[in-house]
Design a protein around this ligand. Sequence first.
Ligand SMILES: Cc1cc2nc3c(=O)[nH]c(=O)nc-3n(C[C@H](O)[C@H](O)[C@H](O)COP(=O)(O)OP(=O)(O)OC[C@H]3O[C@@H](n4cnc5c(N)ncnc54)[C@H](O)[C@@H]3O)c2cc1C
Length: 200
Amino acid sequence: MKVELVRYTHDPVEAAGRAGGVCYDKEEKEDYGKFIQGIVRSGHESVIEHVVFTFRVEGVSRACTHQLVRHRIASYSQRSQRYVDEGEFDYVIPPSVHRSEEARKEFEQTMDLLIGEYEKLRDMGVPKEDARFVLPNACTTTIVVTMNARSLRNFLRVRLEKHAQWEIRQLAQEMFDLVKEVAPPLFEDLQSLRDTGREE
Ligand SMILES: Cc1cc2nc3c(=O)[nH]c(=O)nc-3n(C[C@H](O)[C@H](O)[C@H](O)COP(=O)(O)OP(=O)(O)OC[C@H]3O[C@@H](n4cnc5c(N)ncnc54)[C@H](O)[C@@H]3O)c2cc1C
């Protein structure tokens, strides 16, 4: 999995702080960080919708991105299996399969079989958009996702949590680390969730 923060609102904490300041007729703040922490704590979260983050995510499974795109308050652009040839596709092996030699062998044989079937169908003239029906959830993909800070916090809350599946949880941890680095006051209250799967 490779996760990059490719773009985000310039000076995110000040941007949110200035937007929130309008509500109280106080746009100039000495400490935007403290102000934003208070805003987040109070639940006045529309203020942080003015800040957006764009990530490029590579090498995750289609199973993972299916979970990701359920988060509706976001924008997505994903590698298309209709238009891009998936011959010799890469795939993600879940840790539970990887741990067992027997399961891993079975899994890899199935992937080899599906790669062969996909290519056979393509050779028969079946278009990519129909040959893709034999592709597995394990198939890797690339997706660009943009979320505002409010929606991203909602995503992080449920996907850093211990009940989230390991792959999307890892994705959420990487996204969290990237945004916490550039906008600590917007996200640092979620640190314990990132580390333990539980909120303080
Ligand atoms: C552990 C776990 C297990 C899951 N298991 C399943 C499963 O078995 N089957 C399944 O189908 N999904 C499952 N989901 C997906 C889950 O139900 C949500 O669809 C997904 O997490 C997106 O969350 P969201 O709706 O909060 O995000 P968004 O779509 O980004 O919405 C953000 C927020 O906007 C508001 N909102 C958005 N749309 C509406 C609306 N139409 N009405 C009212 N409020 C709205 C809500 O407050 C919502 O929290 C699971 C999620 C998790 C974390």
